[in-house]
Design a protein around this ligand. Structure first.
Ligand code: EQ3
Length: 325
């Protein structure tokens, strides 16, 4: 039987536990705009302490610099309005520019704004703001998450801000090639060259982790079939080597992948299904925050990656739990 992405998505689905991340983001989404901005300020000032100073310094900010300069020159009320517009995804020139940024540029933009807020150059939270009970509820829900989940909530809320011009169709906004202006992250930890995963000997999997830990995306992508797919956490599959390569260059730089153990099930057609659990570190937080994740691979009979899903684990216990729950 031919492999399909739809059926690949369901592999090991009986071992998965629903993540608390979407529920926390749903609570956040119910807040009004000022509450959302305030929540992010309170959550970030806790979590943000662990951002490694090297990460944002290394991130090239060309794309965001212009916007930051404009915002710095505004009155406090105007600054608040820009932030409200971003959070409410209003259709304004600044919101459009932001919507066009890549994930790391969005994060770097807010990181810089946060620094300017701490220095008092930009107004920290909306003028006259009073914390509402709703913010408290979302903050309490956030505190129950592990650190890796907390930074995922922060990341996903920041990524969703701004006006998304892609909804208007392909020619609605001039697109530059983002890859050239991508934030670049320097690796701070030594590259682990020989990957060992308990229970796994599959060359495509070991080769994938080794290549990713060296930011060698060409080598990692060559392990996929032409029409292979990558499904990042909480996203739809990205299909085809070219699209995966673009995604990796924008979002997978500087990641440290530390798979720990896995299982491999050989299917009657010769394909293999593998589930591996482990920890991933982002260059934004370095070694201080580990995200518990799983990789679910579907390898075709020729040894190529047909499908790879990355999932955030609901609890650290799941790291140990590869079989049905
Ligand atoms: C200024 C302030 C504080 C207040 C204002 O009111 C509003 C906002 C928004 C503010 C600023 C907030 C800031 C600066 C937030 C910053 C958050 C950051 C830097 C979050 C970073 C998170 C990074 C994460 C969660 C990375 C996860 C990466 C993963 C899981 C990678 C997985 C992958 C693997 C393992 C693969 O094998 C394939 C590729 C793939 C990337 C999918």
């Amino acid at each position: 039987m031919a492999l399909t992405i739809q059926s690949a998505q369901t592999i090991f689905s009986n071992t998965q536990v629903p993540s608390p991340i979407p529920a926390t983001i749903a609570l956040f989404a119910q807040l009004n705009v000022d509450d959302q901005l305030a929540y992010l300020w309170y959550a970030y000032t806790e979590m943000g302490k662990t951002i490694t100073p090297a990460a944002p310094g290394a991130a090239r900010l060309q794309l965001a610099e212009g916007l930051l300069t404009q915002i710095k020159q505004m009155s406090r009320e105007e600054q608040t309005k820009v932030m409200r517009d971003l959070a409410s995804r209003a259709d304004t020139p600044i919101s459009r520019s932001y919507g066009f940024f890549s994930v790391n540029t969005k994060l770097a933009f807010w990181y810089e704004l946060g620094e300017l807020m701490k220095q008092g150059i930009i107004t920290p939270i909306p003028v006259g703001y009073q914390m509402s009970p709703g913010v408290k509820v979302v903050l309490e829900a956030t505190q129950k998450l592990d650190q890796g989940q907390q930074i995922t909530v922060l990341r996903n809320t920041v990524v969703d801000m701004g006006f998304d011009t892609s909804e208007l169709g392909p020619s609605s906004y001039p697109k530059a090639d983002k890859a050239d202006t991508e934030p670049a992250f320097q690796r701070t930890t030594p590259v682990i060259s020989s990957v060992k995963i308990d229970g796994i000997t599959e060359p495509a999997v070991l080769g994938y982790i080794e290549a990713m830990n060296a930011d060698n995306f060409d080598a990692a992508i060559a392990l996929f079939t032409n029409e292979g797919a990558l499904q990042p956490p909480f996203q739809k599959p990205i299909v085809g080597q070219k699209a995966i390569a673009k995604y990796m260059r924008e979002e997978a730089q500087g990641l440290n992948m530390m798979p720990q153990k896995g299982i491999c099930e050989v299917q009657p057609d010769g394909s293999k299904q593998l589930k591996i659990t482990g920890v991933v570190q982002t260059p934004w937080f370095g070694v201080t925050v580990g995200m518990n994740i799983s990789w679910r691979f579907l390898i075709n009979p020729e040894g190529k990656i047909f499908f790879l899903a990355i999932d955030m684990l609901a609890s650290p216990q799941e790291l140990m739990n590869l079989r049905q729950v």
